[in-house]
Structures are given as structure tokens and as C-alpha cells.
Design a protein around this ligand. Structure first.
Ligand SMILES: C[S@@+](CC[C@H](N)C(=O)[O-])C[C@H]1O[C@@H](n2cnc3c(N)ncnc32)[C@H](O)[C@@H]1O
Length: 275
């Protein structure tokens, strides 16, 4: 019965207009909504779902989901909603953090920040108004990320998902300091979504500017941690989408749990492990 339902849903959700309607109707499990793109922010749901699965398999009771760059708060509210639903289904408590200056974009440093697209003062927020809409498990951390991350990063549950949406190369580079913490502060594989590697078209994103440059410098500067897309992710999704190419994983190869077998822990095989 479930197979028939999923097949029908797969056909229905193949049509973008139907998906848009179904997104507004609160039905089905978080797993099903994640598989068929039925959240307002499908890449956030994909990252949180898979990170929470990983956390549960590792026996963790809590994890963090982060948005870097909050602006008006639509993304943070979506992340909060997704995290609540996934948390209830998977049984891992998810604490959500939104980091933002609170006063819009800082001064661009140079061409690497794409000042032809963004500039100082863009995306101001009404922090008090947003705070009133947030639940108890969501925290808004205001200030320049190069200051707020060192103050916050060492006291949060293990990070499982991060949406990077700070637009600039320089801000993204600062945000990567979230990984300069003890390995107990993150899952061995952290699901990351990079918003600013496509759109607007006139940004002409390339490896020498913006988030792509920050990613490639991170990889050059770190031997035991790498940021990498999931090879052929779009080939594994029921409805391949552009965001599939915006998902990267922070691989922490020396994390004590990097080699812990998740296949057995997730119950995907029933054999007892050989001693
Ligand atoms: C495009 S907006 C975020 C939009 C939001 N994620 C959404 O989906 O609704 C980018 C935000 O990044 C913040 N930002 C950029 N650089 C920053 C920095 N160095 N420190 C703190 N916030 C920064 C800006 O204040 C701005 O609100």
C-alpha cells in the first residue's frame, strides 16, 4: 500500500505546480516530504534529515542546525519548522542557530566578495520582530560572525547541518571557523548547503570569487578535513533539482566516529558484525 502511495506521489510531485500546492498542505511524514521536495526549503530538509539520521545512528541525543546569514528570517523560520518535524520523527533533539550581523551586509573587501552584486547595508533585519516569532529551541546570534562564532561554537550540540548564506567570500571564510573546534562539536560528516554558488546570473560565480573560492581555500588549508559535493547526488533523488549541486559535506577524516559503521547502526543490514 505504501509503495503504491509513494509511486502515485512520485508522479504527482514530478510536476512543479503540484509540488507548490502540496507544500502548503501539512500531510505525510518528514521522510516523505524530504524525499519528494515538499518543504519550503528542500535543501535544508535534505541536510537536516540526513544529519539527524547520522546523529541517531551514532547514539547522539542532540545536534545543531545552523543558518549563517538570516536577514528577514524566512530561512531561519523554515529551518526551525523542518527541524521540529524531523526531530519528532527521528528522536534527536535539534537546536537551531541563526547567525547574522543584525545590521545587514558589512563592507565588501574586494572583488572576491562580488561587490558588483552585493554591498554594505543590504538585507537589514528587524531582530526583535524575528525573535518574537522564534521558538524556544531556536537562537538568534547577532554580531559579526568572526566574533560570534568563537564565542558560541564551543558550547553548542554537535553540528549536523549548516546553510551558508552570507553572500561574501570574506564572511564565508570567517564562518568556516565553526570547524576550528573540538571534533565533539560536530558530526563526522556535516551536511552543508551553499546558497551563493548559483544566482543571480550576473554574479557569474566561479572558483576565484565568493563561496566557491572560500571552499577551495578551505580545502587547500586543511589536510584532515575537506568540503566536497556528494558525487552524483542528483542521480539518487526522485526529482533531481539544481540545489543537489549546492550540497557539500564537511568530511572530518580524523573524527573519532568517521569510520563508525553506519550501515549496521541504521539497521540497513541484519547480520551481526564479525568480531
Ligand atoms: C542573503 S542574506 C540571508 C538570507 C537568508 N538566509 C534567507 O534565506 O532568508 C545575507 C545575510 O548575511 C549577513 N552577513 C553577511 N556577512 C556577515 C558577517 N560577516 N557577519 C554577520 N552577518 C553577515 C547579512 O547581514 C545578511 O543579512
Amino acid at each position: 500500500m505504501r509503495r503504491v502511495f509513494n509511486t502515485v506521489l512520485r508522479y504527482l510531485t514530478a510536476v512543479p505546480e503540484t509540488r507548490a500546492i502540496l507544500r502548503r498542505i501539512p500531510f505525510g511524514s518528514a521522510e516523505m516530504r524530504t524525499a519528494f521536495e515538499l518543504w519550503s526549503r528542500p535543501p535544508y530538509a535534505y541536510g537536516v534529515w540526513n544529519a539527524a539520521q547520522q546523529a541517531r545512528a551514532l547514539g547522539l541525543k542532540m545536534m545543531s542546525a545552523i543558518e549563517f546569514g538570516v536577514a528577514g528570517g524566512n530561512g531561519l523560520l523554515a529551518l526551525e519548522n523542518i527541524s521540529e518535524k524531523i526531530s519528532a520523527e527521528i528522536g534527536v533533539q535539534i537546536i537551531v542557530y541563526g547567525f547574522d550581523s543584525g545590521i545587514g551586509m558589512p563592507q565588501a573587501s574586494d572583488f572576491r566578495d562580488l561587490p558588483h552584486v552585493w554591498q554594505r547595508g543590504f538585507y537589514r533585519m528587524d531582530a526583535e520582530k524575528l525573535r518574537r516569532r522564534l521558538g524556544a529551541n531556536t537562537h538568534l546570534v547577532l554580531g559579526e560572525v568572526s566574533n560570534t562564532i568563537p564565542e558560541t561554537a564551543s558550547s553548542i550540540p554537535p553540528v549536523g547541518f549548516i546553510a551558508f548564506d552570507l553572500d561574501y567570500y570574506s564572511s564565508t571564510k570567517s564562518a568556516f571557523n565553526i570547524f576550528d573546534t573540538e571534533s565533539s562539536r560536530r558530526l563526522p560528516r556535516v551536511y552543508c548547503y551553499f546558497d551563493d554558488i548559483m544566482y543571480p546570473e550576473w554574479a557569474c560565480h566561479n572558483p576565484y570569487v565568493g563561496e566557491l573560492r572560500a571552499i577551495s581555500e578551505f580545502n587547500e588549508e586543511h589536510n584532515t578535513m575537506k568540503l566536497s559535493p556528494i558525487h552524483l547526488l542528483r542521480g539518487m533523488r526522485p526529482h533531481p533539482q539544481a540545489w543537489n549541486d549546492q550540497i557539500y559535506i564537511l568530511h572530518d577524516f580524523e573524527h573519532p566516529d568517521y569510520n563508525t559503521n553506519l550501515t549496521i547502526r541504521r539497521g540497513a543490514v541484519t547480520e551481526k558484525p564479525l568480531k
